[in-house]
Design a protein around this ligand. Structure first.
Ligand SMILES: Nc1ncnc2c1ncn2[C@@H]1O[C@H](COP(=O)(O)OP(=O)(O)OP(=O)(O)O)[C@@H](O)[C@H]1O
Ligand SMILES: [Mg+2]
Length: 498
């Protein structure tokens, strides 16, 4: 008998505890319901139960017809839903933060994810949330949960709850339009992230390194860069195609183009150095610190595909010369309005010296075979923190981590640019520059000089390496040294890269 009584009181305690928990968790919702019930009681006494219901329903409908109120209510309910889910995950993972559960301040629904903005309570850190993330993913059948800090306020943390595996499903088509004129200052959209948002990279004053195993998607991403760059007619392109014929189709648009001829590559670096030095001279004269769009100078973009080909060339002397020139260019190009984009299958220290890598702030790591290889691209330590390009499945071509725009690596999938669209983009860009009549569009006739060795040894003649689509305009720019290239682009009639 006494056992029965004690087990009954245990049950009652449990039920009361549960009730208190529900009231505490749902006090806002219960408060609203209580308010509605009190209004009903009040109106019932005055106008009768039927009119009371009609009035209450009418008021609720009226309030819901106002968009701001509707959004606020649904937003609140959505936030509360995730607040409860978070509490459940904390309870299930036996986390010590059960009495200091972060508050969901904002919950945004995106195409393939939900992004929560959490306010941490004192005594809780971002690592506490990292510990409950797996529980949250399992309990709510999510593909991944990512925890990101807010660098301006460490008490605010973002939780990205990703449904399924959005980057593995299908292909993200290049969203641009051939023939569109687009300022490079608007950035280059290179793909989509796990939340379905467009990832945009800004070029001015930056250098980029793309790395990843063969076939991981570097060249497709480079094509993304190029397709947008050429939509700005004020951009001057210089291409080093270390793995022909990957970039050959862009040749007609390039002011300078070299293939696998290391001497021609060194000559083109000389041209770029002269251009850079001349720009520094102009900056000194004008007493300004860096090239800006209003100076009327073009943004010069230098693309080097398969960099280790040049750095580890069989011609050791020429390779060393290439390294020294490139290092100097990357170190000083920022203020001169020159952007360098490098790509390498294996940017390990033996292939790309760390001195060079360290000068590059924006890194894109596509699939790699090991965490160490991933770290050589993103930087030391990221793999151990869960950001390793070796975790990217083999079939996920074009998927990689990008680091630079955000403080932690962000997973993305580059846009896919098919051959037909690429040809249309190139054709339209040539027309935009009035170069369509030059006829030598890269496919083709001159592919020899892009590549292998036609000019081997003849490094003095850089006309081999410098393509001049608009001959009248730039025929003299190829021969390094006279800086007419700069004079040309410094023409005030040019609007600059805005
Ligand atoms: N964003 C993407 N969407 C869909 N498919 C892609 C994407 N990126 C790459 N691929 C596929 O992967 C293949 C290899 O891509 P890509 O040529 O860019 O690799 P890579 O890293 O440049 O290789 P390599 O180092 O050998 O030059 C492409 O031909 C394409 O089929
Ligand atoms: Mg490639």
């Amino acid at each position: 008998m006494s056992q029965d009584l004690s087990s009954n009181s245990g049950l009652i305690d449990e039920a009361l505890g549960w009730l208190v928990k529900v009231i505490l968790r749902r006090w806002m919702e219960l408060g609203v319901l209580l308010g509605i019930y009190c209004s009903y009681l009040y109106l019932d006494k005055r106008v009768g139960s039927v009119f009371a219901v009609v009035i209450i329903v009418g008021v609720i409908c009226f309030l819901f017809s106002i968009r701001t109120i509707r959004r606020a209510v649904f937003g609140f309910l959505f936030r509360q839903r995730w607040q409860h889910k978070l509490e459940t995950a904390v309870a299930l993972s036996n986390s010590p933060i059960s009495s200091r559960i972060p508050v969901v301040q904002k919950a945004e629904r995106k195409s393939s994810s939900t992004r929560l903005t959490l306010q941490l309570k004192s005594g809780t850190t971002i690592s506490d949330l990292e510990r409950i993330a797996p529980e949250l993913a399992v309990h709510h059948r999510l593909g991944a949960v990512r925890v990101e800090p807010n660098n301006r306020d460490l008490s605010v943390v973002y939780l990205k709850l990703i449904k399924g595996s959005p980057l593995s499903d299908g292909v993200a088509l290049w969203p641009g339009k051939p023939g569109e004129i687009r300022s490079i200052l608007a950035g280059v959209p290179i793909g989509i992230d796990e939340e379905g948002e467009i990832v945009t990279l800004y070029l001015a004053e930056r250098s980029f390194l793309l790395g990843g195993e063969p076939g991981s998607g570097k060249s497709v991403t480079l094509a993304n860069f190029l397709a947008y760059l050429i939509q700005d007619p004020t951009v001057d392109l210089y291409i080093f195609d270390g793995k022909p014929p990957e970039l050959l189709s862009w040749k007609p648009l390039a002011k300078g183009f070299v293939g696998t001829d290391i001497n021609a590559a060194n000559s083109m670096l000389d041209t770029l150095h002269d251009l850079m030095n001349e720009r520094y001279r102009v900056l000194e004269e004008l007493r300004v610190k860096k090239v800006t769009p209003d100076l009327g100078l073009s943004l010069v973009v230098v693309v080097i595909d398969e960099l280790p080909y040049y750095l580890r060339n069989v011609d050791v002397r020429a390779a060393k010369e290439f390294y020294n020139k490139l290092q100097d260019l990357i170190a000083r190009c920022r203020a001169a309005g020159i952007v360098v984009i490098l790509s390498a299958q294996k940017p390990s220290t033996d292939a790309v010296p760390s001195l060079l890598r360290d000068l590059i702030p924006v890194r894109l790591a596509f699939r790699c075979s090991t965490g160490d290889a991933s770290d050589t691209i993103l930087g030391n330590g990221w793999a151990s923190q869960g950001y390793s390009a070796s975790s990217i499945p083999l079939h996920d071509r074009g998927v990689g981590f990008v680091l630079g725009e955000s403080s932690i690596p962000k997973l993305f999938r580059s846009f896919w640019l098919d051959d037909d669209t690429q040809s249309e983009v190139i054709k339209a860009a040539l027309e935009l520059r009035g170069w369509s009549g030059s006829g030598d569009s890269g496919d083709q006739s001159d592919s020899g000089d892009s590549g292998d060795s036609s000019g081997s040894g003849d490094s003095s003649d850089s006309s081999d390496s410098v393509n001049t689509p608009d001959q009248s305009d730039s025929s003299d720019s190829g021969d390094s040294g006279d800086s007419s290239d700069l004079g040309d682009s410094a023409n005030p009639s040019r609007k600059g890269w805005k």
